[in-house]
Ligand binder design. Structure first.
Ligand code: IPE
Ligand code: IPE
Ligand code: MG
Length: 263
């Protein structure tokens, strides 16, 4: 695990890094952390940090779309986040609803396809309904896939997948010998998505917090101290530039692996 190179706010005058379009990640996953501390620094309630974080979501999604990335997965709410104080959880759900409602037109216009992973069934009925509506309204869009991890826990996702496999075995549809990486991955919420090539975590912690344990097995990890509301286009581009300097070896030797970044 390496610390991200860009632990500073770049100013408007900084030049953007030159990215090689051929070795951009197909899929970027992001743990959007640090909203609460950002608000605390300003002497404001935590929800103000979450509101500011929505602006960053906007900026990063727009950048991902402009670069032509295939997918972006945003960790918006974990299974563990239900343990937070009730008003914060409620505030986050309202914020999610507002975000979705306010951005539907933009998503349609920009060919963004919304997806979700996690225990959507546990979300408040109203939030769930808006989410489902937008997922179906954007289902045929061919641009960026915006995958929101909501009430998401990687262990929970794996358990649900294993149960589905067990059901198939119990009903004779599958034999134990047929369980392999493909059949397990096919039962995960991420079915059909490429594994993330790059994971970004903002906010200074170097942990996964139950995020995509299966899918991130071979991802490049990028940790930055920048708090999510302070993260923006320039930080995202810096993370992508850092990614492009990695050599992904997938178990082989450096000599065997001549290409950088892409698998
Ligand atoms: C991440 O920011 C957003 C969610 C978990 C919903 P935090 O709220 O965890 O911010 P910190 O870590 O307390 O600063
Ligand atoms: C991870 O952040 C979850 C999201 C960003 C939604 P947390 O702030 O909840 O993670 P921990 O508890 O510090 O590991
Ligand atoms: Mg946090």
């Amino acid at each position: 695990m390496t610390q991200g190179a860009a632990d500073h706010r770049t100013t408007a005058g900084d030049r953007e890094p030159i990215l090689d379009p051929a070795t951009l990640p197909r899929h970027v996953a992001i743990i959007m952390d640090g909203n609460g501390r950002w608000a605390l620094q300003q002497g404001k309630p935590r929800i103000i940090g979450h509101q500011a974080g929505v602006q960053t979501v906007q900026e990063v999604v727009r950048c991902a779309r402009e670069l032509g990335l295939e997918a972006i997965t945003l960790y918006a709410f974990s299974t563990e986040n239900w343990r937070r104080p009730g008003p914060e959880v409620e505030g986050l759900m309202v914020l999610l609803q507002t975000y979705l409602k306010n951005h539907l037109d933009q998503m349609i216009q920009n060919q963004v396809r919304l997806r979700a992973c996690g225990r959507i069934d546990l979300l408040p009925a109203k939030t769930r309904q808006i989410l489902k509506d937008i997922i179906s309204q954007t289902a045929d869009n061919g641009g960026l896939i915006l995958n929101l991890a909501l009430s998401y826990g990687g262990r929970d996702e794996l358990i649900r997948a294993v149960r589905k496999l067990a059901d198939k075995i119990a009903t004779g549809v599958l034999s134990p010998a047929e369980i392999d990486e493909n059949s397990l991955a096919a039962e995960l919420d991420s079915v059909g998505l490429p594994d993330p090539d790059l994971l970004i975590r903002t906010g200074g912690e170097a942990r996964l917090s139950n995020f995509l344990p299966w899918q991130l097995s071979y991802s490049e990890l990028y940790f930055t101290k920048t708090l999510w509301p302070d993260f923006g286009r320039s930080h995202f581009l810096a993370a992508l530039a850092d990614f492009q300097h990695r050599q992904r070896r997938f178990g082989k030797t450096g000599e065997q692996t001549m290409t950088r970044a892409k698998g």
